[in-house]
Design a protein around this ligand. Structure first.
Ligand code: ATP
Length: 197
């Protein structure tokens, strides 16, 4: 079984592309979504978050996103602390998930693979890229946020020109050509590779 990382900057389209792989029958682990689930449901993680960010981190058993967002917004130290608390839980969880898969390959979709130093966990890493103006436009529309807010998030991610050189497979999701046929071809190539190994 091949373990595949699928990464890309904000608005590059990695979740959209991950959903196409899912339709093709590939199990996908969505790292951000699962991390939010763990913050709600993992008792040890809850305890650690309360210890560092106060009892207001949970409100009637549910994660108080507003409280956490206020603490980490414009506060890089708190953001770093939050990531350092959630990260070990999330990494352990995704490794267990990957081990349990029975298909030729499975995908972990995550914005931060190189940034978190987890690249060695994968047999192959697929990078999704799109021109910056298009990424900004997509994210502004999807999240109903300003251009400045998108750029601020982009600035916390690896420079795409560097990421492009690090990835094993590059997907240009620039809407110039239909992406699905490319993904089907890639899916077949990865299956062939998995069956050889
Ligand atoms: P984030 O890191 O912020 O979660 P992402 O890389 O997962 O972003 P998506 O959510 O997949 O990006 O895509 C961002 C937006 O762009 C979505 O609204 C999606 O529908 C749209 N989009 C992505 N790819 C395409 C495409 N090829 N054609 C048209 N719209 C697209």
């Amino acid at each position: 079984m091949l373990s595949i990382g699928l990464t890309g900057g904000i608005g590059s389209g990695k979740s959209t592309i991950a959903r196409v792989f899912e339709i093709l029958g590939v199990p996908v682990y969505y790292a951000d979504k699962r991390a939010r689930w763990l913050m709600e449901n993992n008792p040890d993680l809850r305890e650690s978050l309360i210890k560092h960010f106060g009892v207001a981190t949970y409100q009637e058993e549910s994660l108080n996103r507003k409280h956490l967002a206020n603490l980490v917004f414009n506060n890089p130290d708190n953001l770093k602390l939050l990531n350092s608390i959630v990260h070990p839980f999330s990494i352990r969880d995704s490794k267990e998930w990957m081990k349990a898969q029975q298909t030729d390959y499975a995908i972990k979709e995550a914005a931060l693979i190189y940034e978190s130093g987890t690249q060695a966990d994968f047999d192959l890493i697929i990078g999704v890229f799109a021109p910056k103006p298009l990424r900004i436009k997509r994210t502004m529309q999807r999240d109903k946020i300003t251009r400045e807010q998108v750029i601020e998030r982009m600035d916390n991610q690896l420079d795409p020109d560097i990421a492009r050189k690090l990835c094993n497979i590059v997907i240009d999701n620039d809407e110039a050509k239909l992406i699905t046929p490319k993904l089907v071809a890639l899916h077949n190539q990865i299956i062939q590779k998995a069956q050889k190994t």
